[in-house]
Design a binder for this molecule. Structure first.
Ligand SMILES: *[C@@H]1O[C@H](CO)[C@@H](O)[C@H](O)[C@H]1NC(C)=O
Ligand SMILES: *[C@@H]1O[C@H](CO)[C@@H](O)[C@H](O)[C@H]1NC(C)=O
Ligand SMILES: *[C@@H]1O[C@H](CO)[C@@H](O)[C@H](O)[C@H]1NC(C)=O
Ligand SMILES: *[C@@H]1O[C@H](CO)[C@@H](O)[C@H](O)[C@H]1NC(C)=O
Ligand SMILES: *[C@@H]1O[C@H](CO)[C@@H](O)[C@H](O)[C@H]1NC(C)=O
Ligand SMILES: *[C@@H]1O[C@H](CO)[C@@H](O)[C@H](O)[C@H]1NC(C)=O
Ligand SMILES: *[C@@H]1O[C@H](CO)[C@@H](O)[C@H](O)[C@H]1NC(C)=O
Length: 262
């Protein structure tokens, strides 16, 4: 009685494990600079542009079929009938390689390949194998003003152009920054330095990462001494109102005129 109960519990804990046939194992093949190369069963995370190898020990004598499923859509990737070359469906034509001996499939990944896969024969079928395909992150871009007045707010935004980042971190001169009253992270992508002081000058890097990659870029922030900026600026702007000649000079110098009068 206890044994039967344990067996039922086991079945409940591992749904499908008794029904499904042989299991697919998959791994990312080198060279792939982003995804991990270890083999996986049931689920694999890999990267766009990398090659994965899907394999399963399957009994077959007449027909093998690699299939995909994504939501309601199911389809054949390739059909092999043992009497000729494998018939590969068009979207997979030039980026898959089928091994007629062990039925394994190599596939160079594209962004839409994150879906379920299985191998089927006239005799049996594997369970569905889930592949997740993540785009490696390109170098991010930091947008902001490289020059900020002492006491002002510096706002640096980190934009990722290729791929989607799961996390953003900031470093100053190579050291990880922690949030405080002074340093604030907004919307994950933005660094705000409130009441900037001369000390805040330095190299700021934005580190982005996702499941298969990380990348970073840096930005030189210069906090200007208030005395150096305010004085000439006040002088310039006061004079601007009265003297046309100085106005012309001021326009040539451009920055000090626009900045403080906002
Ligand atoms: C390959 O498959 C397609 C679609 O399933 C079919 O139309 C075509 O006739 C097949 N080609 C061969 C050589 O079997
Ligand atoms: C695959 O390559 C062949 C030959 O290079 C080409 O004719 C065919 O259009 C390509 N198919 C796809 C789906 O890109
Ligand atoms: C196909 O699989 C067999 C058995 O695993 C292996 O010996 C052979 O090298 C493979 N062929 C190719 C072209 O990869
Ligand atoms: C960062 O992205 C650039 C392309 O934008 C790429 O060449 C470089 O390899 C990436 N760095 C890393 C560590 O992935
Ligand atoms: C910021 O990241 C957290 C998790 O790291 C996420 O839950 C949240 O949605 C993100 N916010 C934005 C605006 O992307
Ligand atoms: C600036 O840095 C110095 C030494 O690194 C520190 O003693 C001082 O408190 C800092 N000033 C501000 C305003 O953070
Ligand atoms: C940088 O500062 C100038 C002058 O204060 C301002 O006009 C400009 O909008 C700022 N740029 C950004 C990206 O904040």
């Amino acid at each position: 009685m206890l044994l039967v109960l344990l067996f039922l519990l086991f079945l409940l804990a591992c749904p499908g494990s008794s029904a499904a046939g042989p299991a697919i194992t998959a791994r990312t093949l080198p060279p792939c600079y982003s995804a991990a190369l270890g083999p996986a069963s049931q689920r694999l995370v890999s990267a766009v542009g990398c090659t994965v190898l899907l394999a399963a020990p399957l009994r077959a004598t007449r027909l093998v079929l690699w299939e995909y499923s994504s939501g309601p859509r199911e389809g054949a990737i390739l059909t092999y009938t043992f009497d000729g070359p494998a018939n590969t469906s068009r979207p997979y034509e030039n980026r898959t390689r089928f091994n007629q001996t062990d039925f394994s499939l190599r596939m160079v990944l594209q962004p839409g390949d994150g879906r379920l896969y299985r191998l089927r024969s006239e005799a049996e079928a594997t369970g569905w194998f889930q592949l997740r395909v993540v785009e490696p992150l390109s170098e991010p871009e930091i947008v902001g003003n490289s020059s900020v007045k002492e006491g002002g707010t510096a706002k640096l935004v980190c934009n990722v152009l290729g791929g989607k980042a799961d996390s953003y971190q900031w470093k100053k001169n190579g050291e990880l920054l922690l949030g405080s009253d002074h340093i604030q992270f907004v919307d994950n992508t933005t660094l705000c330095i409130l009441k900037a002081s001369m000390n805040d000058s330095g190299y700021y890097s934005c580190l982005v990462s996702n499941e298969v990659s990380q990348n970073e870029t840096s930005f030189l922030l210069h906090v200007q001494n208030a005395a150096n900026v305010v004085l000439p600026v006040i002088l310039a702007c006061v004079v601007v109102g009265s003297l046309a000649g100085v106005f012309v000079w001021c326009r040539r110098r451009d920055r000090p005129c626009h900045n403080p009068c906002r």
